[in-house]
Each structure stands twice: as structure tokens, then as C-alpha cells.
Design a protein around this ligand. Sequence first.
Ligand code: 4AD
Ligand code: MG
Length: 461
Amino acid sequence: MEKTGIKHILQMEPQEQELTVQGWIRTKRDSKGIAFLEINDGTSIKNLQAIAEQTLPGYDDIMKRINTGCSVAITGNLIPSPAKGQAVELKVTGIEILGEAPPDYVLQKKRHSFEFLREIAHLRPRTNTFGAVARVRSAMSYAIHSFFQERDFVYIHTPIITGSDCEGAGEMFQVTTLPLEQVPLADGKPDYSQDFFGKKASLTVSGQLEGETYALALKNIYTFGPTFRAENSNTSRHLAEFWMIEPEMAFCDLNLNMDVAEEFLKYIFSYVLEHCGDDMEFFDRWINKGTIANLESIIKSDFKRVTYTEAVEELMKAKADFEFPVKWGTDLQSEHEKYLTEEVYGLPVILTDYPREIKAFYMKMNDDNKTVRAMDVLVPRLGEIIGGSQREDDHDRLEARIKEFGLDPADYWWYLELRKFGGVPHAGFGLGFERVIQFVTGMKNIRDVIPYPRAVNTLEF
Ligand code: 4AD
Ligand code: MG
């Protein structure tokens, strides 16, 4: 199939032969028997300008029926444009209206708030912002696959329905076919032996555990799929359904893990700057001034690497007025993460070696027996975008940690066996896809970088 979109047409040379453009009318300006139509088809943030003159057969009738939002097929000649900002325009010889848009179409030429647009999520991709977000999201997905494929990582499809809680945080959505109005009980508890899988099942919070099993066979793997968390946090950074990229590397320690994470982020940023120029200029101008220069400077800098302990010392001597006070052992809040990246270091920061109590059971214990080989990548404005670690590869220590978290080692028998048969040091991380899109575009709310956000009390569409 050939490229026929407006993105492609705008790059073409003027030509003798007529061509037909399909798209939606963004605006119509007509005066004195000449009409200027801005057409957009979503392939580019840029519109194609079509100019129709009164000599066009049926001109008056067509112009009456053309409104913002209607879909058209317009035929004409591509000619050099005298107007600024566009090399070509279309001199119209024929207009076919494919679908009318009566005046009650909401997306008229005026600005709507993002909150309002969330209520019309089926129409918002037709706006400049949401079209640009969708294109950048698509380009970033491609870049992510390219990064790993170019480095011989194998893409693994880990399951969505699972029997184990990877993060051990109990934030899982249950999956069941038991009748909720009359759940069969055994000893006063739901009798999962009668459920579809014969045991309790949930939507996965992470593909990591299954990913590890493949890394310990194929060396370097990655996953890229949807993950689910029933966190009751109504913030601009949390979704109940989000996409995560999780590379896992065998024969790998925390230092190499950090190197890969840093190289990976810089690769995606460079890719987007190179391939989404028009959309990034739009974000830079209208959504987050300076986002391009900021990404360019991050690509050139070394991320700051500090331990949790050092970071807490910085935070304790900070003059800032934190809502949540910090001391060694507390989990960092986004206000602390922002302070570190924006005020202290002015750069993305990789924090390592967190207290064992605040991190997941699978992270490798340090010799101090107090901290684990964790790494979080924090960025200005958002805080955490990556969480990762070197994994505990000692069978007995891992089993003890599982129990410490109140989890049942029996549920993790296969995960434990990886440490029994041919275990190796291994490490990996998870990048929140929507968080990194937020970072690149500057969009403030995570609900605006995924087509149909799922969050507490949000399930229209
Ligand atoms: O830090 P998290 O919980 O780490 C894991 O899930 C590990 N199993 C990853 C690994 O080592 N393979 O989540 C990873 C990232 C976070 O840094 C954040 O960017 C994103 O996933 N994330 C969310 N994004 C949107 N909404 C939520 N509710 C999120 N929770 C985590
Ligand atoms: Mg985390």
C-alpha cells in the first residue's frame, strides 16, 4: 500500500496531475466567493489547505453543508503555496462530502479543557493534542522494540492472568467466574476450587517473575504489555491499567542494569526527537515549554547515581517544607523525588540500595542485611519512571523473604526452582510506558497519554 496521507502529501512537489485527499474539515473560511478549507487526516499535526473558488460546480450548496468536523474527499491540483508555513496547497476541482457534522458537533474551533475532553474520549483523538499523543505513543513503542531487538533481546509474552502477586502489595484485580451474588464457600471463605482455574486468579501487576524464567534460558529478554493495579490512588501519575516494558538480563548485576536503563531512555528520547519533530514542536510550544531542549540536554548528560542513604541525607538537610517528613527507612514520596531531581541534581537520578522493608521480596539482599540491590530512575517533574533491581539468586534467602512478606512459598515453587537449577546473577527493570510518554510530551495527567484511561470510578468507553 502506498502512502496517501496528508503527512506524505505535504512533502510532495507541486504536480500537474490531480490527486484526492480524504480527511476531516478542521476549519472553513469563506469570503467573496473563495473558500479556504483546512483538512486534517491524523497522519500529521499539520493541515493541508484547500482552496475552492465559486466556479466550482455546486459551490454554494457544498459550502453550506461543510462544517467543522465533517469528512470529505477533495480532489484538486497540488500547487506552490504563497502562504507562510506550507510549501503546497490544494486547488480544488471537486469536493465529495462523506459524512456531515451538524453544528452540535462539540469539537468546534475553540479550546476545550483536558478534563472535558476525557468525557468525550471517543472524539478527542481528533484534536491536535490527542492526535500528537497517539502518534508519539506509537513511535515510542516502535523505538522500544527497536532498542531491544537491535541488542538481541527476545520479546516474551508473559501472561495477563496469574496466580502470583509479583510485587506482593496485594493490589490485584481478581478474575473469577464464580457467581458474585452467591459465592460458594468452604470454611466461610470463597471456595476457589470451584472457580474457573481451580484456584484464586488475578490480573498481573507485572510480567517480571515469568520474564525471569525466560531470561534464565534465553539470556536477555523483554516484555511489553498491559499490567493492572487496584491501587486506590487518584493521582496524575497512576492508572489501574497501564503498559510496562520489563527487560530481564541473565549474567547481569545492578551496575549493568543501570547502564542499560540509562542507554534505553536516551535511545527512546533521541528516537522521538528525530522522528516526531512536528509533534514535539507542538508539545514544546503549547504543552510544556522547553521540553525539546530538556530532552536534548538529558541525552548528553550522565544520570546521577546515588544511594538511598545519600539521598535521605540530602533530603534531611533540605530547606523545603515537605508534607511527608523523611528519615532513613521511609519510602520516598513524589515530592521528595521531585526535589532530588529538580533542586538537588537537576538531572535524572538513579537511586539505589533501598531499605529492605520498603521494597519487594525478590530483590537481592546486600551484605549489610539492611538494604537491597534496588534501583529507581527518577526524573524531574514526575519522579519515578523506572523501578528495577538485581534479583535475589540465593534460594534460601529468597524463600525466607517470601515468608517475611506473608506470601506462601508454595505459590512461588517454580520461581524458587530457578535458584535451585543453574541459577545465575540476574537483574531487570520496569519502565512505566505512560510515565515516559508524560515525560517526553510534558502532558500533566497520565489519563491523557493513554487512549482510554482506567482508574478509580472511570470506565466509560
Ligand atoms: O516499580 P514497579 O512497581 O516495579 C515493578 O513492577 C517491577 N516488577 C519491575 C521490574 O523490575 N521488572 O513498577 C515499574 C514502573 C514504575 O516505575 C512506574 O513507572 C510504573 O511502572 N507504574 C505505574 N504507571 C502507571 N500507573 C501505575 N499505577 C503504576 N505503577 C507503577
Ligand atoms: Mg516502584
